[in-house]
Design a protein around this ligand. Structure first.
Ligand code: 5GP
Length: 193
């Protein structure tokens, strides 16, 4: 079992509706030492891959992306969520449906920060149905940039996102893959990696 799986077992809380709460260490209160280890693990898993920029989505992806950026020594760019329909022409826009909040957001990235020559490592905290990730992939491709890799802290392997993204051929690395969880007993099981 790796360090993140151990932490999920210790402090993660399984909620009804297939939601895993990790807000005591990852996406509300944050354990910076753990974030650093996550960043280092992404660097290890994508060793030798050329990365010029890390792309994530606000809010909870930002901290992990920054931890990784310290190792890759590249800038972090985060897609902003916006409900506004009046998007100026200098933005890339993708529509993303939130798994946890059950609403649709537009996510936007300024064109000036994503260039065709960029080799983009996309990073996020969770992968569930893959909607957030597909938004980030499509923004990368709208810019003519390349998806160099995708790093996820926690993938919920029983939801469809991971399979869809892997089938599309993107190199996807998830540090912890949850294969099952049960709100009544609070148990979480991981895929062997
Ligand atoms: P997706 O678009 O893959 O369905 O969902 C990804 C986004 O939803 C992530 O960025 C994350 O913020 C949120 N999310 C999905 N499932 C969970 C979960 O079980 N727990 C938490 N805390 N966030 C989740």
């Amino acid at each position: 079992m790796n360090f993140l799986e151990e932490r999920i077992l210790k402090d993660g809380i399984v909620k009804e509706g297939n939601v895993l709460k990790v807000d005591s260490f990852l996406n509300h209160q944050m354990d910076v030492e753990l974030l650093d280890r996550i960043g280092e693990e992404f660097y290890r898993r994508f060793e030798g891959v050329r990365v010029t920029k890390i792309l994530t989505i606000e809010a909870s992806g930002i901290a992990i992306a920054c931890a990784a950026a310290k190792y890759f020594q590249v800038p972090v760019l985060f897609a902003k969520k916006s409900k506004s329909v009046n998007i100026e022409g200098d933005m890339y826009v993708a529509e993303v449906e939130s798994f946890t909040h059950k609403c649709k957001n537009q996510v936007i990235v300024s064109r000036k920060f994503l260039l065709p020559e960029d080799q983009v490592l996309i990073i996020d905290d969770f992968l569930a149905n893959g909607c957030a990730l597909q938004g980030l992939v499509s923004i990368t491709e709208m810019a003519g940039a390349t998806v160099a890799g995708i790093g996820i802290a926690i993938e919920k392997g029983f939801q469809i996102g991971g399979r869809v993204i892997r089938n599309l051929g993107y190199p996807l690395e998830s540090i912890a893959i949850v294969d099952g969880m049960d709100a009544k007993s609070g148990t979480v099981t991981f895929r062997a990696q």
